[in-house]
Design a protein around this ligand. Structure first.
Ligand code: SAH
Length: 219
């Protein structure tokens, strides 16, 4: 029997196996207990958002280059952040740092409509293209400075920042609705703290700290 290595069918079934392995790891270790986050992970084909030269590593649990010296984040980090964000269907969601568009696709699985802001034009275009190819029509990719948020669609129930800054930009706090939740890595690139900000009143935030991570900087 002839075996054709690298045929699309074989590659797809490898991806499914690798995906299932990550899913089992998160579920069995109870690292990710949110069923909606786990389901979103199964729904989104990460291989469509990874640079073709790294496609075989689509389900390896580490970041991968996407151009402009940026990376698609490590899957475990993405799932932990999504779990902290506690997104419900119908929430108005803003992401800062579209990158490949992968996280925006996950957010769209969870919420529906998502706005994502990306500073690099090349990456904003990449995110748009990837999202379109994967069939995510409810994601609005905006080319701009995420520190300004995106006032046109504010306020947001949920905001997720996917690059590290020394403090959470004021505009993002302003654009969060009362009762809303923001997740952001805050501090230096290596060793930033994952923070949750719960907006309890127009000028009042409850802050939670959820461990140390590494992120590219918000510039
Ligand atoms: N969420 C992405 C990966 C994030 S990497 C994904 O799923 O693939 C961080 C991203 O933030 C990079 O694409 C980087 O270009 C972008 N970024 C950095 N500073 C920014 C800013 N001020 N405004 C918007 N995007 C920014």
């Amino acid at each position: 029997m002839a075996v054709i290595f690298g045929s699309p069918d074989k590659q797809n079934s490898n991806f499914e196996q690798q995906k299932q392995r990550l899913y089992n790891y998160w579920k069995n270790s109870r690292m990710i207990s949110s069923d909606s986050v786990l389901k979103a992970f199964l729904e989104v084909p990460r291989e469509h958002f990874v640079d073709p030269s790294f496609r075989e590593q689509s389900y390896a649990d580490h970041p991968l280059p996407i151009g402009c010296e940026q990376t698609i984040s490590q899957p475990t980090t993405v799932m932990l952040m999504l779990q902290l964000l506690d997104v419900l269907t119908g929430h108005r969601v803003l992401e800062i740092g579209a990158g490949s568009g992968y996280n925006a696709a996950l957010l769209s699985e969870l919420a529906g409509v998502v706005v994502t802001v990306e500073r690099h034009l090349q990456l904003a275009e990449l995110a748009r293209e990837n999202l379109q190819k994967a069939g995510y029509k409810d994601v609005i990719v905006v080319k701009g400075d995420g520190k300004q948020g995106y006032a046109e669609q504010a306020p947001y129930d949920r905001i997720m920042v996917t690059a590290a800054s020394h403090q959470v930009p004021q505009k993002l706090k302003d654009q969060l609705s009362v009762g809303g939740l923001l997740v952001a890595p805050v501090g230096a690139t290596y060793g930033c703290e994952m923070l949750t900000l719960n907006k309890t009143a127009p000028e009042n935030f409850q802050t939670g700290s959820h461990g140390l991570f590494s992120f590219v900087p918000l510039v």
